[in-house]
Write a protein that binds this ligand. Structure first.
Ligand SMILES: Cc1ncc(COP(=O)(O)O)c(C=O)c1O
Length: 386
């Protein structure tokens, strides 16, 4: 190690010691592979690792974004009024029941900051979205982990609501769950959610993360938004990053009762959502035709891909999302590395306690075909090499 590296390490340790204990323990969110480097390496990289929409954004959203670019020298609307009104109309809510975020990731982190701390716990399920735990770790909050369904369950590794209820106690202030869930793809019915919410004690806010709501068979009927009037401690998050195809612009939203929104508003950065993102999100939200197209294509391709994977002897978890969790067995890590070497990016699941599985975003028909063809070449090679 060079002298300057040694000095850097010493400095890192002494600076770390100045940080809050919770931050010292925190590990940065793992974004997966370095896609920029991989894109430089492969002209035709197949990116099926981040649950983005392969159908892109609506033409109306793109036009709105281009027009908003003309005003880049202006700060964005700090109130997000137009987008909030559009969301409020669609969900039958007041604008005071909506907060906007730089992606729903930001809102989940803010919820952690508002409601958790060293004596205020967060409850969540194993194999659920990594950001819930991060939001609690950032505040030094205890995390109350609930076991997930066993693999042989109809919703394998999905949320077990009785188990989640059993970890909630007097210290719990925030309960986070996703419907449908990432990374399993499994889902809960609204009746299951209602029954769960009725049993959660009043001192805990329940967040239902609906990042993949639009991919449900009947999104409105499945959504927890319709339960908000019945359960005042219920909050729901949504995003424009998935079915609306705006992941690069970072726009998410939180729906909750005004007191919850008021707390988030105190903490959020005043211009947290950019002007291009808000304009594009509003236009995307109004474009039902594009959304319906995305939903239909995704449902068809998801079924075709699942079928192709099953024909290769693989176990495919049930999914109402734009991705599939697939069990590849003991050679999973080696296979994943070989896929990357061939320019196919999937999402390893070791960090989610599912090291024998990979998560595959449903791509276009061409992408899915290329994936299956590459698997046909690599799976026997990896199996015989070990
Ligand atoms: C379940 C779930 N929630 C929230 C997010 C965050 O999405 P964004 O910050 O892009 O809105 C994701 C992203 O993958 C997700 O899978």
């Amino acid at each position: 190690m060079s002298q300057s590296e040694q000095a850097g390490q010493g400095d890192r340790a002494s600076v770390e010691a100045l940080a809050q204990p919770a931050i010292q323990q925190l590990r940065a969110y793992d974004p997966g592979h370095d896609l920029i480097a991989l894109r430089r390496q492969f002209d035709d990289l197949i990116e099926l690792g981040a649950n983005e929409s392969p159908y892109g954004a609506s033409q109306l959203a793109l036009a709105a974004a281009r027009s908003a670019i003309e005003d880049l020298h202006r700060y964005p609307d700090p109130l997000g009024g137009d987008l909030k009104r559009a969301l409020a109309d669609a969900f039958g809510l007041e604008t005071a029941q909506i907060a906007l975020g730089n992606g729903s990731h930001e809102l989940l982190m803010l919820l952690g900051q508002v409601f958790t701390g060293p004596t205020a716990a967060l409850a969540c399920a194993r194999h659920s979205f990594a950001v819930y735990a991060l939001s609690a770790m950032a505040t030094g909050a205890p995390i109350q982990w609930a076991d997930a369904n066993p693999r042989e369950h109809a919703m394998p590794c999905g949320h077990d609501l009785d188990a989640l209820l059993s970890v909630i106690d007097d210290r719990t202030r925030l309960v986070c769950l996703a419907n449908p869930n990432n990374p399993t793809g499994t889902w809960l019915t609204r009746e299951e959610l209602r029954d769960f919410l009725a049993r959660v004690p009043g001192h805990a806010i329940v967040v239902v993360d609906e990042a993949y709501r639009e991919y449900q068979d009947e999104p409105e009927a499945a959504s927890a938004v319709g339960l908000m009037s019945e359960f005042p401690r219920l909050a729901v998050t949504g995003t424009f990053s998935k079915a609306h195809g705006l992941a690069g612009l970072r726009v998410g939203y939180l729906l909750a009762q005004p007191p919850v929104i008021g707390l988030i508003e105190r903490l959020r950065e005043s211009f947290n959502v950019n002007s291009v993102g808000m304009a594009a999100a509003q236009a995307a939200f109004a474009d039902r035709t594009h959304l319906d197209h995305v939903r239909q294509e995704n449902a068809r391709e998801r079924e075709a891909l699942a079928q192709g994977l099953r024909e290769r002897g693989l176990f495919v978890f049930p999914s109402r999302t734009n991705f599939l969790l697939v069990e590849f067995g003991p050679h999973c890590a080696a296979l994943e590395q070989r896929l990357v070497d061939c320019g196919v990016v999937l999402r390893p699941m070791g960090g989610y306690g599912l090291g024998d599985c990979l998560r595959i975003t449903v791509g276009t028909a061409d992408e899915n075909r290329l994936l299956l063809e590459t698997l046909d070449v690599l799976m026997p090679q990896v199996a015989s090499a070990s």
